[in-house]
Design a protein around this ligand. Structure first.
Ligand code: HMG
Ligand code: MG
Length: 316
């Protein structure tokens, strides 16, 4: 039998030894599916991702069920994952927009939550029904209560590079909102390229602007969507800046129901292939991950857009 292809391991200078992959497939991936994914399938998906070595798996959202019907089963799903955190040491963060969401999540034992702001007014209005400042005012008590209860809090910041309604987003506009999220106590910020328009120089410029403003790079993660095929190049630029937290979605699932031009996230398999080649540790078993995405593609009824999944699952 022909052995499966492997990237040749050739480390490059100036990269971290290890990257923590923040897997968002079950949340960012499935929130955008037209067909309803049964809760059993979601639970199996998260278990398989954990078994493939992913230690942070964003499980679901405690948002208004009418806004994101695809994740309306959060109360049913989350308890089915309890064994992973208790015995397996897997973190299962969830999205919470407000105190109501935080209370729903913590009632089920969530220890990691994420609020999600926008750098632009139009997306804040469409995604949160609020202005940017009103949404920050909604998040402040959420972060304060979560921190007082000892939770880890992530602050997403969407539309950091471009917005489908407002066009390119000025760096200082992103810095202002990032500063607000960091100031209210978010442990880490995830910089979202919601519609995938970033290119590597832009990523470097934003990271420079944020670190110059006093946000240390070890509090920054990156969240690239792969709409224009730039997500891996953008990730490499971020790693060269010292970023060690990278969001990705198994099989390249994803998008945002409130930003029609958003397609899937950076595929976790494509990321792991590059990092393996660079000699950067992730702890992920690529074969198990590809098998999971092929299985999920079967449940969703269409092939994964990931190049690595396609290549590694190709049968002669
Ligand atoms: P609203 O309509 O302004 O809510 O929505 P409200 O505060 O006026 O409350 C209205 C009703 O909703 C009330 O019920 C609340 O109790 C209820 P009533 O008193 O009328 O019976 N309600 C809730 N119910 C359950 N859970 C809750 C909740 N909150 C209020 N948490 C809201 C405001 C923020 C709730 C709404 O806009 C919302 O849920 N938005 C979620 C949008 C979303 O999930 N978007 C996708 C995630 S973001 C993303 O994908 C980007 C990211 O991937 C990064 C990137 O790529 O850039 C993270
Ligand atoms: Mg996203």
């Amino acid at each position: 039998m022909t052995p499966r292809p492997l990237p040749m391991r050739v480390p490059a200078a100036g990269l971290p030894a290890r990257v923590r992959i923040h897997e968002v497939g079950p949340r960012d991936g499935l929130q955008n599916e037209k067909a309803t994914v049964p809760t059993d399938v979601k639970a199996a998906f998260v278990h398989r991702l954990a078994a493939a070595g992913l230690t942070t798996v964003e499980a679901t959202s405690f948002v208004h069920p009418k806004w994101v019907p695809q994740l309306a089963d959060a109360e049913d799903l989350y308890p089915r994952l309890a064994g992973l955190t208790a015995a397996g040491g897997v973190d299962l963060p969830v999205l919470v927009p407000n105190i109501r969401g935080l209370e729903r999540a913590t009632a089920l034992g969530a220890r990691r939550v994420a609020v999600f702001a926008s750098a632009t007014e139009t997306f804040a209005r469409r995604n949160l029904n609020r202005t940017v400042d009103e949404s920050l005012a909604m998040f402040a008590p959420v972060v304060a209560r979560a921190k007082a209860d000892g939770l880890h809090v992530r602050g997403y910041l969407s539309m950091c590079f471009g917005d489908p309604w407002e066009g390119p987003v000025p760096l200082d506009q992103v810095v202002r909102t990032a500063r607000a999220l960091a100031g209210m106590g978010c442990d880490e910020l995830s910089l979202g390229d919601t519609i995938g328009v970033a290119t590597p120089g832009h990523v470097s410029a934003l990271l420079d602007a944020l670190t110059a403003d006093g946000i240390p790079v070890d509090r920054l993660g990156v969240h690239f969507h792969d709409t224009y095929g730039q997500a891996l190049a953008n990730t490499l630029a971020a790693l060269q800046h010292g970023v060690t937290t990278v969001d990705a979605s198994a099989g390249g699932l994803g998008g945002c129901p409130f930003a029609g031009s958003a397609t899937g996230n950076l595929a976790t398999e494509d990321l792991v292939w590059m990092l393996q080649g660079l000699g950067v540790e992730t702890g992920v078993d690529l074969d198990a991950l590809v098998a999971t995405s092929v299985w999920m593609a079967g449940r969703l009824g269409r092939p994964s857009p990931s190049r690595t999944v396609t290549a590694l699952s190709h049968k002669e």
